[in-house]
Design a protein around this ligand. Structure first.
Ligand code: ATP
Ligand code: MG
Length: 648
């Protein structure tokens, strides 16, 4: 891992916060010299406080850290009210529906809608500290709902609209929600789909939910129960002024359950001030957001990426954010590129899984559109393999856009490791360096920094403002999950669960979860590394690698491969030989594939992450006992089991 180097095209950036690596290093040093002072300065500069904070960081009850103690603010004031003086007629949200219809919501309109929704919640008895579950399609009302909660100090917990009744029910119970906000349904690929029946099912045995607010979006028939109320009716009579609740810096802002790719989802709790500060700063630092920019993040608001980079970050920065109801493959493979052309998108942010899909269905499609407005292309969610990176860079970015490979987690609130678009030399597949103020380090359990090319634990060794505060209702699990693996100077530090490697230039390469390591004859191999190599084979669309117990080697490499064109593969063994040649070249013969299965798809979480724990169990011939409630395609598990069993 050292890789090719690409340099930012500086002419694309008029006045970036970091013009070069010297400026980056200066800021890093400023944090090293005066950690709390530098954070305090940024917090005072960026946040409109109702009342200044008294203490920057309270470590007295570590790891339950507190930031900007005693400060008073309201996140919606930061995201809306304070922009009204200079931007009331600026587009806050540009929404595009599945069928191509669109709607622009200005900052003034957003102000009114959020206040009306806030008043509606109040009229139903929702108070500061109450939990509100939001189970919504990608429509503007979903963002209004989140902000309305924040306006009155209620804690929202957005549950991805693709989740099953069972998964929704678990989350409603865990958060003990007073109100659920949903829609009848929405549209996907030209057809209506439903959400409300899922809510009905989830609530069958729950009595503590007092009201279900239903936004009528697709106007299909639904059942109305005793606790349902119609948003469309009730919103009419709400006043469009609602005084923002005065919130303490450390009051919870929202809960969000992790995607569950490694186990039972955790209810990650975020706070007000630290979260919004970092959401805004990373928009400015990583996305170089400028007043005239149009920013598009393709995530769903059910994920942290949607929270921070569709709603809170762009609005705190006073930017224009694009929200999209549909899928990038409908009506054809050019949908995303067409939207970029239409809205003259300047920053486009998506996941490697989407990049690979768009590549697979239309490698030359981006060339048919004018994508010259783009400056920055972002990626998040999993390691991006160099092959996908290069297509993104060459074809989508036309060899000129900066690629920001952002490493972060639900728990971190915003980006932690990422290139700075006008400053950092990029290496395909590396998230590069920690952002200033973020002490992300690759260390061993005792806090020693790993030498180059040796795998270690990716930790964040100082608390940071946007960090997780606790796991909702389970402070012990919080300490155990994140602060019990590694120490530095004798003090427990935040461990992300991911492994990483420094290269000779100090670049950080994420190798995936530490439990995604395969031990072949005493060699610890990252599954991501092997997968990246396999993906260089032109016939491979997707691959997941796990370890299979092996009497001699300890573990051997088992590859689940999705082919681009299965009919092209006449000789399976010949094909695997070719794959192993690539592995030999990229990693070494030690990592060669011993077992393989050609499968129709990989089991993925709703956020598009491969659930390797299921594939590990199948490779071992174990029964599947794990929680599969967060799987997008549970049926594929049966198909894979059948294929693996028939191979013997
Ligand atoms: P759970 O914690 O429940 O297993 P999850 O970790 O998949 O779920 P998220 O918080 O959505 O839930 O994902 C964060 C994880 O995604 C990171 O820990 C990392 O493994 C992976 N990830 C995110 N961005 C990147 C990136 N740029 N490069 C490599 N991996 C990434
Ligand atoms: Mg995680």
């Amino acid at each position: 891992m050292t890789g090719e180097v690409y340099y930012p095209h500086k002419e694309l950036f008029k006045n970036p916060v970091f013009k070069n690596m010297c400026e980056y290093k200066e800021m890093v040093e400023e944090f090293e010299k005066d950690y709390e002072g530098t954070w305090a300065k940024l917090a005072r500069e960026k946040i409109t406080w109702f009342e200044d904070f008294k203490q920057t960081l309270d470590e007295s009850n570590a790891p339950f850290y507190k930031w900007f103690v005693g400060g008073k603010l309201n996140v919606t004031y930061q995201c809306i009210d304070r922009h009204l003086e200079s931007k009331k007629n600026k587009a806050a949200i540009i929404w595009e529906g599945d069928n191509g219809e669109n709607k622009t919501i200005t900052y003034l309109e957003l102000y009114r809608e959020v206040n009306k929704f806030a008043n509606l919640l109040k009229s139903l008895g929702v108070k500061k500290g109450d939990r509100v579950v939001i189970y919504m399609p990608m429509i503007p009302e979903a963002a209004f709902a989140m902000l309305a909660c924040a306006r009155i100090g209620a804690i929202h917990s957005v549950v991805f609209g693709g989740f099953s009744a069972e998964a929704l029910k678990d989350r409603i119970i865990d958060a003990k929600a007073k109100v659920v906000i949903t829609a009848d349904g929405a549209f996907r690929k030209g057809a209506p789909y439903m959400l409300k029946p899922t809510v009905d099912k989830a609530l069958e045995e729950i009595d503590f939910v007092e009201k279900v607010i239903v936004v009528e979006r697709n106007n299909q028939d639904i059942e109305w129960t005793h606790r349902d109320v119609s948003y469309n009716e009730l919103i009419q009579n709400q006043p469009d002024e609602c005084t923002p609740e005065i919130m303490d810096s450390e009051d919870p802002l929202f809960l969000l359950y992790t995607s569950g790719s490694t186990g039972k989802p955790k209810g990650v709790q975020h706070s007000q001030a630290g979260y919004i500060l970092w959401a805004q700063l990373t928009m400015e630092w990583v996305f170089d957001i400028k007043d005239n920019d149009t920013f598009w993040c393709t995530a769903d608001i059910g994920w942290i990426t949607g929270h921070t980079y569709i709603v809170y970050g762009p609005l705190a920065a006073g930017a224009t954010t694009v929200m999209f109801e549909g899928v990038p493959t409908y009506p054809d493979a050019g949908r995303a590129w067409k939207m970029i052309e239409n809205y003259k998108i300047n920053q486009f942010y998506t996941a490697p899984t989407a990049i690979r899909l768009l590549h697979k269905i239309g490698a030359d499609e981006p060339k048919k559109y004018d994508l010259s407005s783009l400056r920055i292309l972002g990626t998040v969610g999993e390691p991006i393999d160099p092959a996908a990176w290069k297509w993104y860079y060459d074809v989508v970015g036309n060899g000129r856009c900066s690629i920001v490979d952002t490493w972060w987690q639900t728990e971190t609130g915003g980006h932690m490791i990422s290139p700075l678009p006008a400053a950092t030399p990029f290496k395909p597949g590396s998230a590069t360096f920690p952002l200033p103020g973020i002490f992300a380090e690759v260390i061993d359990e005792n806090g020693n920094k790993m030498p180059a090319q040796e795998k270690g634990l990716l930790c964040i060794t100082k608390p940071w403002p946007s960090m997780i505060r606790t796991i909702w209702g389970d402070p012990e699990r919080f300490v155990k999950s994140y602060f019990s693996t590694a120490k530095k100077n004798g003090k427990p530090v935040y461990f992300s669960g991911d492994g990483a490697i420094y290269d000779e230039d100090g670049y950080i390469w994420i190798t995936g979860r530490v439990d995604d390591v395969i031990n072949v004859s005493g060699h610890r191999l990252g599954t991501a590394e092997i997968e990246d190599a396999i993906k260089y084979h032109p016939e491979v669309a997707e691959v997941a690698v796990v370890g299979k117990p092996d009497e001699i080697k300890g573990e051997s490499v088992f590859a689940y491969i999705v082919l681009k064109n299965p009919e092209n593969i006449a000789q399976e063994l010949e094909f695997i030989k070719e794959v192993n040649e690539i592995i030999k070249k990229e990693i070494g013969a030690i990592a060669k594939v011993d077992n393989f299965a050609f499968v129709p798809g990989l089991p993925k979480t709703r956020s598009g992450k491969v659930m390797r724990r299921i594939l590990r169990a199948i490779a071992k011939g174990e029964e599947i006992t794990q929680d599969t409630s967060t799987l997008e395609n549970p049926q594929v598990v049966e198909e894979i089991i059948a294929i693996v069993n028939s191979c013997g």
